[in-house]
Design a protein around this ligand. Structure first.
Ligand code: MN
Length: 238
C-alpha cells in the first residue's frame, strides 16, 4: 500500500452502496460502462487503521487510539462529507481539495476537515508496532546528507514537536531534493507549500493526553524511538 491508497475517497462502494449495487446487476453494468461515475458519487470514508487498536501499547494505549481514530479522525471524515455534499469538492481527491482551498477564508471548514482526514491517515502510517530503530539504507543516506546523523534528525523532529505552540504537527519532508523538518499549526500540511511529507507526528493534545497528560516530550520521545515507521518514510521518497 502506498500513501495514495487511503487518502483519496473510496474507490469502492459504501456498504449500503454495495448492497444496493448487488441488488441490481443493471446498476453494476452501468457503472462499469462509465468508469468513475460510481467513484464520484461515493462519500469520503474512514480508512482502516493499519494495525489493531492495542498494537501500539504501551507507548500509545488502545483507549487513546479508540478516541483518536474512532472519534476524532471519524469526525473529520463525517464533517467533510457534510460540507462537500452537492459541491464541486464531493468525490474530489483529498490532495486536490487541500491545495484548492488552502488560504481561502470562506473555504476554511472544508480545508480543515480535508487536511485533517489526510493528516491522520498519514499519521497512522507513520507509526507501527516495534517501530523506531534504523531507517532503510536509502533513507538513512538521505538523512545523513541532510542532518549529519540519524540522532540529529530525531532531535530536530522532537524539537519541532515540542516547539509547535498549541495544536499541530511535526513533519519530515522532502523539499527540493533535501530532507527537512517542519512544523504546521492546526490542520496545516506541507503539501500546500510544495513539500513532500515523509512522516508526521501529531502533537494535538488528543494524540497523547490520556496517556501522558501534559508530558508531550515523553510522548514524542517514545514515538520516535519505539513506533516511528521509517519504512513508510522511505517509501514516500518515491
Ligand atoms: Mn489527531
Amino acid at each position: 500500500m502506498n500513501s495514495n491508497d487511503t487518502i483519496r475517497p473510496s474507490s469502492g462502494l459504501s456498504r449500503r452502496g454495495f448492497l444496493a449495487a448487488s441488488a441490481g446487476a443493471a446498476f453494476v453494468a452501468a457503472a462499469g460502462d462509465f468508469p468513475g461515475t460510481a467513484q464520484a458519487a461515493a462519500p469520503f470514508v474512514l480508512p482502516p487503521l493499519p494495525f489493531a487498536e492495542n498494537a501500539l501499547e504501551p507507548v500509545i494505549s488502545a483507549r487513546t487510539i479508540g478516541f483518536h481514530y474512532g472519534k476524532h479522525h471519524k469526525a473529520y471524515v463525517d464533517n467533510l462529507n457534510k460540507l462537500t455534499a452537492g459541491t464541486e469538492y464531493a468525490g474530489m481527491a483529498l490532495e486536490k481539495i487541500i491545495t484548492a482551498t488552502a488560504g481561502q477564508a470562506d473555504k476554511a471548514g472544508i480545508f480543515n476537515n480535508a487536511a485533517q482526514v489526510w493528516n491522520h491517515t498519514f499519521y497512522w502510517k507513520s507509526l507501527r508496532p516495534q517501530g523506531g530503530g534504523e531507517p532503510p539504507p536509502v533513507l538513512k543516506q538521505k538523512i545523513e546528507a541532510s542532518f549529519g546523523t540519524l540522532e540529529a534528525c530525531k532531535k530536530e523532529l522532537a524539537n519541532a514537536a515540542m516547539t509547535q505552540f498549541g495544536s499541530g504537527w511535526a513533519w519530515l519532508v522532502l523539499d527540493g531534493g533535501a530532507l527537512k523538518v517542519v512544523k504546521t499549526g492546526n490542520a496545516d500540511v506541507p503539501l500546500t507549500k510544495g513539500m513532500k511529507p515523509l512522516l508526521t507526528i501529531d502533537v494535538w493534545e488528543h494524540a497523547y493526553y490520556l496517556d501522558y497528560q501534559n508530558r508531550r516530550a515523553d510522548y514524542v520521545d517514545a514515538l520516535l524511538n519505539k513506533l516511528v515507521n521509517w519504512d513508510f518514510a522511505a517509501q514516500n521518497l518515491g
